[in-house]
Design a protein around this ligand. Structure first.
Ligand code: F6P
Ligand code: MN
Length: 310
């Protein structure tokens, strides 16, 4: 059933703009609707912005043309709202300065190694009330976009987690409520951990053996947003653990880990770097990475307990 028909049958016809007007403060509301509009443009542009640039990002990862395009599109649109005090991005060494009150940290195109294979991609945004870098305790909202069979926008501000999907009509696509009040299911079904098995620290290896023993399904596609999105729907755990060769992990606190930890907390899940809640980490640089475990609370506590007994 096409998404428009699904939404009509299920009577979930609230548009993003209606929802934002009724439930979200003005500054965050402008930023979220700007992200929605820019994501439509990025999705349309992806097929014509294939290939790599000669550059690397602040973490030394190769930049795709689409990374650069998405970064420029989101950064200029967000600054243009007048609601962003700054926009920091995984693709820029320094934050852009603006005139608003919200400090935005973003991963404009998550999972860019999936561009050439036509697998799902995403974008991640954290809305902070303090100058960056700061801890996730200053988050006042977070959002992520999925570029998959559907274009979706999932976010939480103060309250529940919601997903809106872009529905094609006569004019520009309209983001319409797809799922309201999302909670991670109690019975976990899926898990996905990055890095090579032989490079995992020993407690993580034991943890994964336990999950396999319980018959949980491995789901790992190499895009944080896509892999996490399954954990949110099916219950389970996503991790990019501390590796023997990379003890500090790979995913970045401000741009990736803390925004998704905020959404997870609002969906009754939990997050950890192995010993403490991701939201309490205080990065000293914009691109500081962390080991990350995220999803069903019972599993996050289990991996923490194994790491503590190490
Ligand atoms: O942003 C980094 C990222 O692309 C994530 O989207 C993803 O979870 C991870 O890296 C994949 O890393 P690897 O290629 O090591 O599995
Ligand atoms: Mn990323």
């Amino acid at each position: 059933m096409p998404v428009g028909a699904y939404l009509r049958v299920n009577k979930l016809l609230t548009s993003l703009d209606e929802h934002l007007r009724a439930h979200v403060p003005d500054n965050l509301s402008s930023l979220i609707s700007t992200i929605a509009a820019a994501s439509i443009d990025i999705r349309r542009t992806l097929p014509t912005s294939l290939g790599m640039t000669a550059g690397v990002n602040t973490s030394g990862e190769k930049q795709a043309r689409a990374d650069v395009y998405a970064n420029e599109k989101f950064a200029t649109s967000l600054i243009g709202t007048g609601k962003a005090a700054e926009v920091a991005s995984e693709e820029m060494a320094d934050a852009l300065q603006g005139e608003g009150s919200i400090h935005v940290a973003m991963d404009p195109l998550d999972g860019s190694s999936n561009i050439s294979t036509n697998n799902p991609l995403g974008s991640i945004f954290g809305f902070y009330s303090s100058k960056l870098p700061c801890s996730g305790e200053h988050l006042v909202g977070a959002a992520y976009v999925t570029y998959g069979p559907m274009l979706t926008l999932t976010f939480a501000t103060d309250g529940p987690v919601q997903t809106f999907a872009a529905v094609e009509g006569d004019g520009a696509p309209v983001f319409t409520l797809l799922e309201d009040n999302i909670h991670i299911p109690l019975r976990p079904e899926v898990f996905g951990l990055g890095g090579q098995r032989k490079d995992w620290i020993e407690p993580v290896e034991r943890f994964v053996e336990t999950l396999e023993g319980r018959g949980m399904k491995l789901r790992y596609g190499g895009t944080f947003v896509g892999d996490y999105n399954q954990v949110l729907r099916y219950g389970g755990i996503f991790g990019y653990p501390a590796l023997k060769s990379k003890p500090k992990g790979k995913l970045r606190i401000l741009y990736e880990a803390a925004p998704m930890a905020y959404i997870t907390a609002h969906a009754d899940g939990a997050s950890s770097d192995g010993t403490q809640d991701i939201l309490t980490l205080r990065p000293s640089t914009l691109a500081q990475p962390t080991p990350l475990y995220l999803g069903s609370e019972s599993l996050v506590r289990e991996v923490e307990a194994l790491i503590a007994r190490r």
